[in-house]
Design a protein around this ligand. Structure first.
Ligand SMILES: [Zn+2]
Length: 658
């Protein structure tokens, strides 16, 4: 008496990808409802099962669907937008500003659909995603029929779907509540990375994941700089720092883990954290080489991910599997490292375990969901086939097969692709809609790149502090007499400071852009020690509004922002035509002169050596006001015993503009 089943797939090379790497050739798999009912020798199963549909696999490989362990699927719409840039410039300078402008539920749905088609065509049945509007990602994936861990992103910055982290956290909570228990979607929370989250966000995200027993998806230790900054800021590398925030009390899926030491690997292992290795992304962004073989030897669940299609730039898991094997060998100088069966295990069973879905997918085992693919290995680029070494089949797949060799894909017992045909989508419609986004984003960026100010605003760095500034600057020989005059004149001194300033001026071919000044201020206390450091970015310009008699200048439009990125970041982002470095020692007084507030700066220019300057400044809001203050400023200079006719303003201006 035969047992009834829905599908019986036979005449296949069945690679179960279970822990023992059990294989059947010829093998068969029986599928009922959404589950794998049986797997074994073809002859045996044909005798035991009576299927509604019996499928002759014609000798193809039947294996578990691939698990893309880390990606950002809607970013397929940003593929090729900005490349060959450093991670921070790429992320903060391009991705995030464009995302703030364009990412919407519609964008996310379209990008997800595009990626789903691409992934199915490369044999992916399950993936871990992290993005905004994750609700739309989940809906598009569920409609398409793939399996996914969908993670709602939480950041300390405003995001396309939330203005505050409390808002994104409550979005994550609602999202999890809505989707928990779904047959295909596992909802999850994604504190983006320790450097884009506060300790509070990390703790709150962990608590949320624990409350619902869902995975927590994040990026950890991606670059050496991230680790260096973590040491400087928290006194410890990334893994111990996030452990301190209770992150590992949740079921963590950590993308990258490129810069982790042995102790950190054991911390990850001890807390059963899954790791997503992203070979292409790490190579393309030059993030470094993850110690994958050490992680595997320790027993960590290391999966393979493509990362987002904006940093890869595709979702081809076959390419990633091959690179994972190659990288492991190149890094250790040992070609036996990460052999083909291990690489393929990472993309299947270990990947599923890294996603904390090991009990339902990742291998062909009775009781698990029917997430399977058929792979045609009888292609010219994969010919001939040797059988002496049973592991040869894994080498054939890892080193020679292409994603286009995947012919059929089934998820949760349902066919998504048959004979490379996906019937549920209109690919032409996807092409057109994606191209339409590209056009709009191009227009946005072209407009932005035209102005330094809009580039500054795009990285969220500028508060518009538009005002007139009155400035009188004169060269002085003797500073002591000026200091005496400040103390003994009728000025009311409100405040006094001493600091050392390091200024880098960026200038641009089009002088209408003005200058960008990156300033590092070192406050010097009474003991002559540096007590505090401040970094500021100022956009000066466009140029001067006009000069006054006696070389008094009225400058306009200064946009001041704390410089949250490095000088190197701004250099690569603004691409100045030229740079000038100025170092000076500054004594500054804030004073009241005839009822008006002025700053008096006594500068010694150390680099380049232009001598000493007395500068009187005042900020004002209208031009009329500025003109009155300019007259008063000239008087103040004279009161201090200097004469505006000695101004060398021009030297200074020329120096900046060369
Ligand atoms: Zn990522």
């Amino acid at each position: 008496m035969k047992t009834d089943t829905d599908f019986l797939l036979h005449n296949a090379i069945v690679l179960t990808m279970d822990e023992k790497l059990t294989r059947y050739e010829p093998g068969a798999v029986a599928i009922k409802d959404m589950e794998i009912l049986a797997v074994g020798a073809a002859q045996e199963l044909v005798e035991l099962y009576n299927a509604k549909e019996t499928i002759d696999c014609e000798g193809k490989v039947l294996m578990p669907g691939l698990i893309n362990a880390h990606t950002h699927v809607p970013m397929s719409l940003l593929r090729g937008l900005a490349d060959d840039l450093r991670l921070d410039v790429w992320l903060m300078g391009y991705m995030m500003p464009v995302e703030r402008e364009f990412v919407s539920p519609d964008f996310v749905r379209l990008g997800t659909s595009l990626s789903c088609v691409e992934m199915v065509r490369s044999g992916v049945t399950c993936f871990a995603d992290m993005y905004y509007f994750e609700e739309q990602v989940a809906q598009a994936v569920a409609d398409f029929g793939l399996r996914a861990v969908c993670s709602q992103t939480v950041l300390k910055f405003p995001t396309p779907d939330a203005n505050f982290f409390e808002e994104s956290l409550s979005l994550a909570r609602e999202f999890i509540e809505r989707w928990i228990g779904h047959p295909l979607i596992v909802p999850s929370v994604a504190p983006h990375a320790p450097y884009t989250c506060t300790a509070e966000i990390l703790q709150a995200s962990a608590a949320l994941a624990i409350e619902f027993d869902v995975p927590l998806h994040t990026h950890l230790s991606e670059t050496a700089l991230e680790v260096e900054n973590s040491r400087a800021e928290h006194g410890m590398p990334v893994i111990p720092y996030v452990k301190k925030q209770n992150l590992f009390d949740a079921k963590v899926l950590a993308a990258h883990c490129v810069h982790v030491d042995e102790g950190e690997i054991y911390t990850l292992l001890h807390h059963n954290a899954g790791v997503a290795h992203n070979p292409s992304s790490n190579l393309k962004l030059a993030s470094g080489f993850a110690p994958v073989s050490k992680m595997l030897d320790a027993g960590l669940n290391v999966g393979i991910g493509t990362d987002g299609p904006a940093s890869n730039n595709d979702l081809d898991m076959f390419e990633e599997i091959r690179l994972a094997a190659f990288l492991g060998k190149a890094m250790t100088g040992d070609p036996t490292t990460i052999p083909a069966p291990t690489a393929l295990s990472m993309a299947t069973r270990l990947g599923a375990q890294a996603l904390h879905l090991g009990d339902i997918t990742g291998s062909i085992v009775p009781g698990k969901r029917a997430d399977i693919i058929l792979l045609d290995i009888f292609k010219l680029h994969n010919t001939p086939r040797f059988q002496r070494d049973p592991n040869n089949i894994y080498a054939q797949i890892v080193y020679a097969a292409k994603s286009s060799d995947v012919s059929d894909v089934m998820v949760n017992g349902k066919w998504i692709m048959r004979n490379r045909l996906i019937e549920t989508v209109d690919e032409n419609q996807l092409f057109t809609a994606a191209q339409d986004y590209a056009r709009r984003i191009d227009t946005f960026l072209i407009k932005r790149e035209k102005s330094v100010l809009s580039k500054l605003i795009a990285i969220g760095g500028a508060a518009e502090a538009e005002s007139f500034e009155v400035q009188v600057k004169v060269r002085v020989q003797d500073t002591d007499s000026i200091i005496e005059a400040i103390k003994n004149s009728s000025l009311e001194i409100l405040h006094h400071r001493h600091y050392h300033e390091y200024d880098t001026y960026f200038s641009f071919l089009d002088t209408d852009h003005g200058f960008i000044r990156y300033r590092e201020d070192e406050y010097i206390n009474e003991n002559g020690e540096v007590s505090n450091v401040r970094y500021r970015l100022t956009l000066i310009g466009p140029a001067r509004e006009g000069s006054f008699p006696s070389d008094v200048i009225l400058s306009r439009s200064r946009y001041i922002a704390p410089a949250t990125h490095s000088l190197r970041f701004y250099r690569e982002y603004f691409k100045p035509n030229d740079e000038i470095f100025i170092e000076k020692d500054r004594l500054r007084w804030r004073v009241l002169f005839q009822g008006t507030e002025f700053y008096i700066n006594l500068d010694r220019l150390d680099q380049p050596d232009l001598g000493r300057f007395l500068e009187v400044k005042s900020r004002t809001w209208s031009r009329k006001d500025a003109e009155n203050k300019a007259r008063l400023a000239v008087k103040l200079i004279e009161t201090l015993g200097a004469s505006p006719t000695e101004t060398v303003l021009q030297d200074y201006i020329e120096l900046i503009s060369t």
